[in-house]
Write a protein that binds this ligand. Sequence first.
Ligand code: NAD
Length: 518
Amino acid sequence: MGDESTSGENTSGESASDESTSGEGARRDGASETAQRERAVLGAVPSGLLIGGAWADAAAAATFDVTDPSTGGVIRTVADADADDGIRALDAAVVAQDSWAATPPRTRSDILRRAFDLVRERSEDLALLMTLEMGKPLAESRAEVVYGAEFLRWFSEEAVRVSGRYGQNPEGSGRMIVSQRPVGPVLLITPWNFPLAMATRKIGPALAAGCTVVVKPASLTPLTTLALAGLMQEAGVPAGVLNVLTTTRSGAVSAAIMADPRLRKLSFTGSTEVGRGLLAQAADGVLRVSMELGGNAPFLVFEDADLDRAVEGAMVAKFRNIGEACTAANRFIVHESLAEVFTKRVAERVRAMRVGRGTEAGVQIGPLIDERAVTKASSLLRDAVDRGATVHTGGAVLRGTFFAPTVVSGVPAGAEILRQEIFGPVLAISAFADEDEAVRLANDTEFGLVSYVYTRDLARGHRMIDRLETGMMGLNVGVVSNAAAPFGGVRQSGLGREGGPEGIHEYLATKYTLLPND
Ligand code: NAD
C-alpha cells in the first residue's frame, strides 16, 4: 500500500489551472478551519484533577503531555496525580458517599439522564476529542459517543428499578426482607481503547446505585474522561460524587487508594496482566471487584454459513477500532471448504481500505496507539509467517504508527498470534475439518470474552451457545456490544458484567433482614 492511501484526500493529478489554484486556497482555508476547531475542542477540556467538585492542579504541580498517536505531537498537558492526590480524591468520595446514597433514586436518575442529553448534544466535540487522543476514525468516534451515552440513559432508567424481596421464612416464624444498598466508594480504572464508553459503562451504574467514585482514565487518553466529567458536573452531579485523577503513576496511585480501608470496590477494564496484579492487591482489603480483561475471540465460519454475511461480519469484528478492541476477532477459524474463498473475499475488501489520520474523510484505519502496539502486531505477524502462514495483503508498517490492514492465512497451531491479543488490524485465518475440531480450536485459550459463529443451521447455533466457553457470543453478527446487554467474560477475561440489568448489581450489596412475626 502506497503513501497516497495513507495521506487522506488524494490530490494528485490535478492541473495547475487557476481553478485548481483557487481550489488550493479553499483547501488551505478548510485546513486552517479544521486546525482551529481542533484547537478549540482541545482548549475546552479541563486540565486539572477533579476532586470534591473543584478542578485543581496536582499537589506536586506535576503535569504530563497527551499526544496525537497519528503524529506523535503534543495536543494537551494535564495534571499528573501522585498517591497523595489519590487519597485526597478518595477523601472527597468518602465525604459525599452518605448523602449520595440517601439522594432519591429519581434525582440520581434525572442527573444521569441530563448527562446523557449533554453528551448527545456535544457529540461532535467529544468525537473529535476522542479521535485526536486515540486515533480512531471520526465515524467510529461518533458511534462510540452514541454507544457510550447509552450507558448513561440505560442506568438513569435502572436507578429507579432497584428492588428487593419480602416474604415469610419457611418455618413461618418470621418475615425476611432482602434489600440492596450501594457498595460504597469505588475506584474505576479504564483503558485507552474506548475512552468514553469504558468510562460511562462504569460511572453510569455506580452513580445510579448510589456509589461515589474516583475515576482513573488511561494516561494515553485522559482528555475524553475530563471532558465527560465537566459535562457531568453541568448535569448536576454533586461535589465529591465523581472525582477524576489523571496520572502517569497508575500503579502507585491505585495502590494507595486500594490500601485505604474506606474504599469498598474496584472496577477495572484493561489487560489481563494488570488485572491479575490488581486482583492480588484487592485480596488484602477483600475488596469487591469487577474485571473486564483481555480477549482472544474466535470467529467460526461453518461450511453452511452465509458467506456474504460472514465476510461483512469479519470486517467489522476485526477492523472496528483499528482492531484495538477486547472484542476484536483474533482467530478466524474457517471450514476447509470455504477457507480459500473466504480469504480471497476478505483480502479484496481489506485491500480497498483507506488508512490515514482519523480526522480525514473516508479513513477506515487510523494509527495504532503507540510504537509498542506496532512492535507487537509486527512481531506476531512475523512469527506466523516464519511458521508458514501466507500474507495476502498488507503485512507491514506504512509509516510511524500506521500499520497496513493485513490478511494472513494458513496460520498453524502454535503460532503466537493465536495465543495473544493482536490489538491491531491483522486478520489471521486457520482452517478446520469438522465441528469438534472447530470447538476445540475456539476453546484453546485462557481467555473467554466473546465468540462469533456463522452458520445457517439453527441446531448447530444452539450447540455453539453451549459449547463455546465465552461470556458473550455473536451468532451471525460481528458486534455484540449493547448497553442493555450484560457485557463480560469467563475464564481469564474477567469477573462480573457491565451493562444490562446485571450492570447495576456490581455496585450493590445485598442485605438480608429477619423480623419475628410478633
Ligand atoms: P492496561 O491494562 O495497560 O491499562 C488499563 C488501565 O490500567 C489504564 O488506565 C492504565 O493506566 C492502568 N494501569 C496500568 N498499569 C497499572 C497498574 N500497575 N496499577 C493500576 N493501574 C494500572 O490496558 P490498556 O492497554 O489500557 O487496554 C487494553 C486492554 O484492555 C486489552 O487487553 C483489552 O482487551 C482490554 N479491554 C477489555 C475490555 C473488556 O470489557 N473486557 C474492554 C476494553 C479493553
